[in-house]
Every structure is written in C-alpha cells, then in structure tokens.
Design a protein around this ligand. Structure first.
Ligand code: SF4
Length: 309
C-alpha cells in the first residue's frame, strides 16, 4: 500500500526506476567539532560507532564496498554513503580520491555525503557538482534542530544560519540536499519540533532524515541522562511527534529515514523500546492512518495560524 509520506524508495523509483541500496562507509574522516576547529567534545549525543555500521573500519573504501556487495544479490545498484564523522573534512584532493574510488565501482549509481553545514567550502561543492552529470549526488547536513538554544545545548558548534547558508550554496548545482533532525532533544517542546519542520519547508532541502534521541554510553548526554537532567521519549511519544512532524513537512520533501538506528544494542542506554525499527515505522503508518492525515496535512492549518498573527 502506498505510504502516507514521500519515501526515499518512491523517490528512487521515480528517478532511477528500480530500488537502489545505500552502502554506509567510513573513509577515516575526523570531525571539526571534536578537534577544536569548530568546537571540542563533539555533539553531546554523538557516538559514531553506535550509529554508523562501519565506523572504525580502516579498510579502503573500495574494499568496504566489495565486502558489502558480497552479501547482496548480483545486479543490485548502490549509493556510496560516506556516513561516519564529517565527510568533507579533508583537503580537496583527498576528498576527490575517496569519492572517485567509490564512484569507480560500476554498481555505484550515486554518492551521498554526510557532513556539517560549517564544513562545506564552495570548492568542495564544485567538486561534488562535477559528479552530478553521471551520478545522483546527495549532501546530507546534520542540523538536528532549527532552535539555536538547542544547538548550543547539544554543543553542535554551529547555528541555524550556518545551515541555511550551506543549503543556499548547495542548491542550484544539481546536488540533492538532505537534513538530519533529531526529535526529542533536551529542552525541546512539540512546538520546537514543528518550528523545525516549518523552517525546513522554506530552507530548500530535498530530503529529511528523522531520528529519535538516543543516549549512548560514554557520551556527554549519557552523563546528563544518568543525573536525571535529560529524558527520552517513549515509543508512543515518538510515534506521535514523528506523525506531527510529517504532517507539518512539505509533501515535496523526501523522508529519507523515519527513526534512528543502533548498530550495537550494548552501547545504548536509552530508550530501550524493545521493538524493531520496522515495528516503529509500522506504528507511524498506523497512527497516520488512524488520524486520516498524511505528509503536509497541517500546512494549510499552519498558514492560517500565521495569517492570524
Ligand atoms: S554528530 Fe557529527 S558533527 Fe557532531 S560530533 Fe559527531 S561526527 Fe561531529
């Protein structure tokens, strides 16, 4: 049955005609929010090896691609997804070598690069633009929230204006732009989440990845959580706010992900929902069905509210 929101699968089917799978890669990048360039300590929630399946894999990019494909069916097509850490944080020639190592794989039809909005000089965007004639190219910017107070609280090391600047410089180059958002961040209300959806609608992004706030061992967030200063959403609360968010998002925006991943349950302190990712997605589908709503349903209501202000 057709989903009540614009899935990445539907987007890919429309563009490429058949399913395409993302291969997550760790190309050995660092992060400017950890080494003092943008900040120190990193984002309070961040533990890359907990959400990047190959984080810490120090084999060559081509080897990581080969290893992933070995377990798949022949003839499948892939997007090389530079996922771990900040995947534009290196000299231009290093980036070129790594991206082109992935693109030289004949089964790779696309490139996705996850990065920070304050780490994309125009020279990097020009490099990526050069690939768009032959491959589908996405840049996924970590945003997490449009609320600057929240960004400070989670130690992002950039503000919302930096995100808008990066999106503005990326658009018009044939590059698809994604944004990563976390629902349930410390101090955020439902109204904050809806403001983020609203801000994304006018930002020009093509896709959004939704995650729930997860507390991983050893992070700054873990310390706040264990002291009772931060809470996490129950699965029912997450399903409810994810539906609110989807209803507030433009129907033209592709939903690249609906819920966060965890690669190793042993690293996760909270939430321990005890349900699979597929069950959470099923619950979101069921809740939208129960409400009789879909992606963008709230937009007219939001416009009317604005008009009354
Ligand atoms: S989430 Fe991204 S930007 Fe933040 S510390 Fe981790 S790698 Fe760096």
């Amino acid at each position: 049955m057709e989903k009540r929101y614009y899935t990445f699968r539907r987007f890919l089917r429309g563009l490429l005609g058949s399913p395409v799978y993302k291969i997550p890669l760790d190309a050995g990048f660092g992060c400017p929010n950890r080494d003092g360039t943008a900040g120190v300590g990193g984002c309070t929630f961040c533990l890359n090896r907990a959400f990047s399946p190959f984080a810490g894999d120090r084999t060559a990019v081509s080897e990581q691609l080969r290893a992933f494909k070995a377990a798949r069916r022949p003839g499948e097509r892939y997007i090389a997804y530079f996922q771990a850490y900040t995947n534009t944080y290196a000299p231009l020639e290093t980036l070129r070598g790594l991206y082109e190592e992935a693109l030289s794989d004949p089964d790779v039809v696309g490139l996705a690069v996850a990065t920070r909005p304050d780490c994309v000089p125009d020279s990097v965007l020009e490099l990526l633009q050069g690939y768009t004639g032959r491959w589908m190219v996405w840049v996924e910017y970590g945003l997490q929230s449009s609320n600057n107070e929240t960004l400070k609280r989670i130690n992002r090391g950039h503000d919302f204006a930096a995100f808008l600047d990066a999106v503005g410089r990326t658009k018009g180059r044939g590059i698809y732009v994604g944004a990563h958002v976390i629902l349930g961040l410390p101090g955020e209300t439902r109204a904050d989440l809806l403001r983020t959806a609203e801000a994304l609608n006018t930002s020009g992004v093509d896709g959004v990845k939704l995650h729930h706030l997860q507390v991983f061992k050893g992070t700054a967030l873990a310390a706040e959580w264990s002291e009772g200063r931060v809470g996490v959403l129950t699965v029912d609360e997450y399903v409810s706010v994810a539906c609110d968010f989807i209803e507030s998002l433009s129907p033209q925006t592709v939903i690249l992900r609906l819920v966060g991943d965890v690669t190793d349950e042993a690293l996760l302190l909270a939430p321990r929902w005890g349900v699979s990712k597929a069950q959470v997605i099923g619950a979101i589908d069921a809740e939208l069905g129960r409400r009789g709503t879909r992606q963008g349903s709230r937009l007219s209501e939001m416009c009317e509210t604005k008009g009354r202000r």
